[in-house]
Design a binder for this molecule. Sequence first.
Ligand code: UT7
Length: 327
Amino acid sequence: MNIMSKIVGMGSSVPKKRLTNFDLEKMVDTSDEWIFTRTGVKERRIADPGTTVAELAAPAAIDALKMAGVDSKELDLIICATSTPDMMFPSTACAIQALIGAAECPAFDLLAACSGFVYSLSVADQFIRSGSSKTVLLVASEIYSKMINWEDRGTCVLFGDGSAAIVLQANNNSEGVLGSEIHSDGKFGSFIKAGGMPKRHNFSSEPQVEADYFVVMKGSHTFKVAVKKMTDVSLSLLEKLTISPAEIDLIIPHQANERIMKAVAKSLNVDEGKVFNNIAGYGNTSAASIPLAMTEAYMANRINKGDLVLTVAFGGGLTWGANLIRF
Ligand code: UT7
């Protein structure tokens, strides 16, 4: 029998603090008008100093488990997609495992920057299809605010903090992840990058951190590649599954820039109304952006039973990928 991974629970959790474009006008040489017309962002959430990525994630995970009717002890795998972990180790997934009281299931982080969710969903789906796991918690949680240079207007207006989670369960009735496709190309690693890691061992006991700690991005280069790769991977996945773009009920793209989302919809020849967009309220929350948007779309009845939903993302690495899900 064909085993599929069905999404049975969703949850999200964002910090209370809002940082508006008007707040940013007082911090760097920018304007609400520039930010909104170039990106679609109006405000973003910022975690309190000291809040960990795992603490931000735990309420999202608990809500997703509640919706699924699953006890944390039943989980047999936890994957956390993050590129802003609290520590090198223990992993953020292990920290979340402790916070939600899960049993001794495997837990690991997956780092694919803004493509973290589509990558993790592909990996979780392999665990379920192979029979290794029956019930999987996938959490995506990011605190980019700690990695942003708040004097760099080219990046500080874009990113925000947030978490979201889904629970996947093995299922036999053709609902769930129909397929995924993921790619990377390390040649273009310099397009978006962040340091933050200790330097090579130099026999010193002083903490040493890379000089290029902050997120840096070649914005317009990234923009062009993002549109092309998100379009290409969507078409390639749909072709493999013999589904046409016209059959998709909703596209949930990574929320990096409203103009990128519109350009991808145009290239796929899909009506903009079928593209879910909540970037105005959160900015780019990296790996968390797709599940955050998915949870919001579901709660707003934009996703119904039987719907075909395409998720597609692009990010540092460079990485990109897509999943097609039958709800
Ligand atoms: O999530 C991972 C993937 N990330 C992405 O896909 C992000 C992709 N890139 C983008 O979204 C866009 O490239 C940005 C939003 C980052 C920039 O928009 P753009 O239309 O590509 O602008 P640009 O970088 O070509 O800059 C145009 C002008 C420049 O001024 P000059 O040289 O024309 O005088 C910039 O200095 O806009 C200036 N600028 C700003 N002005 C006001 C750049 N940032 C700002 C700002 N406020 N915040």
